[in-house]
Design a protein around this ligand. Structure first.
Ligand code: SAM
Length: 350
């Protein structure tokens, strides 16, 4: 396979393409992106004759910010009306064997209209794959993805366990909790699931800890701590949800999040203030450099055009500050499903 198809949030195609260009060139793979605005995916075409699986296997999916999923693809498959499964099966014979096959679309309104076709195709497709021997249990970690563009065209691709999302369409769907003070609560819930491995959650998110939440009102992020019996200092001039305050676990500080200093080192710092990304990055770096916390999760709001470049500037600033302060750390950055014009970063200092 020669090309990569990356799924992303509609409207973020250019950022996804800029990132793919950067990370692939770092690995010695060069090419160009085909970007259709608001398509919800990007095709990245490579110049070399080598197979692109080599690149995908070198990438760390958790290090990709804007791609929700990446698959290696060949050319577009024409779906013959009345023989769609057969058309796809013919193309599948050119691919490595797989242990499963998923039918997906982009995350767009247009693509939602294809849900009926997906349901119709799903069973016969799997049966066809099985019967023809393309689907094999021994093909561990290899998955085929049928990415439907419409009723007549699809890309057929392959993903590898070492570098992919395990969620259909690359989307981690979460249920909004009835007691949640705001929909934003899903952003922090998704961030915890994305950034803190399951076995670490038992030590990193435990009862009795203290968190500071900058820009906390009305309390969606604080709610995620409170439900784990973690104390929160909620910094915001705006009002907090009454039910959350009545738990006794939240202290409301009506203060400026840029000026607030914690009375002692806290276990977590989170920040959802709507501010310029570089200002937030500077603030986060200050907290970590001063060792006021050693874990931080924050959003960078990205209303500008060149979002990838802006994120890189912020990460560079943080790196410079923490290097100077002698703080070793690791980070992940992700455009989460519940994020909109923003991305989420998690930094854990040692
Ligand atoms: N995370 C919150 C939740 O889940 O409910 C939503 C936060 S909302 C997107 C942004 C909040 O940041 C607003 O409540 C606003 O008052 C607060 N904010 C903006 N600038 C601030 C500042 N300099 N200091 C403190 N709060 C600030």
């Amino acid at each position: 396979m020669k090309n990569i198809l990356a799924y992303c949030r509609p409207g973020f195609e250019k950022d996804c393409a800029a990132e793919l260009a950067q990370v692939s060139s770092e690995k010695g793979f060069y090419g160009y992106a085909k970007v259709v605005p608001d398509a919800g995916y990007v095709i990245f075409c490579f110049d070399q004759t080598e197979e692109i699986e080599g690149l995908i296997k070198q990438l760390d999916f958790n290090r990709l910010i804007f791609a929700r999923q990446i698959i290696a693809i060949n050319d577009l498959v024409d779906l013959e009306p009345g023989a769609r499964v057969e058309s796809l099966l013919e193309a599948a014979r050119q691919l490595p064997l797989a242990e499963e096959v998923w039918v997906e679309t982009a995350d767009t309104n247009d693509a939602k209209a294809l849900s009926g076709l997906i349901k119709k195709l799903d069973k016969p497709l799997r049966l066809g794959w099985k019967k023809s021997g393309v689907l094999r249990n021994k093909a561990v970690g290899v998955r085929h993805h049928v990415f439907l563009l419409d009723g007549e065209n699809a890309y057929l691709g392959v993903s590898y366990a070492a570098c992919r999302s395990e969620f259909p369409m690359g989307i981690r769907r979460l249920r909004f909790p009835a007691a949640g003070p705001s929909r934003s609560t899903l952003k922090l819930e998704e961030a915890f699931l994305q950034f803190i491995p399951e076995q670490k959650r038992a030590t990193d998110l435990v009862e009795g800890m203290w968190a500071v939440d900058l820009g906390a009102a009305p309390g969606g992020w604080a709610y995620q701590f409170v439900k784990r019996n973690i104390h929160v200092i909620a910094v915001d001039n705006g009002p907090m949800q009454k039910a959350l305050m009545s738990t006794g676990l939240v202290e409301h500080e009506k203060a400026d999040g840029f000026k607030f200093e914690p009375p002692y080192t806290v276990d977590w710092l989170v920040c959802d203030m709507v501010e310029r990304p570089i200002m937030v990055a500077e603030l986060m770096a200050k907290w970590l450099a001063n060792r006021w916390t050693h874990r931080a999760i924050f959003n960078l709001k990205l209303p500008m055009k060149k979002r990838y470049q802006e994120v890189m500037l912020c990460l560079e600033l943080i790196e410079n500050h923490l290097k100077k302060a002698g703080v070793a750390y690791h980070y992940q950055a992700k455009h989460l499903y519940h994020d909109r014009e923003e991305i989420t970063i998690c930094i854990i200092a040692q």
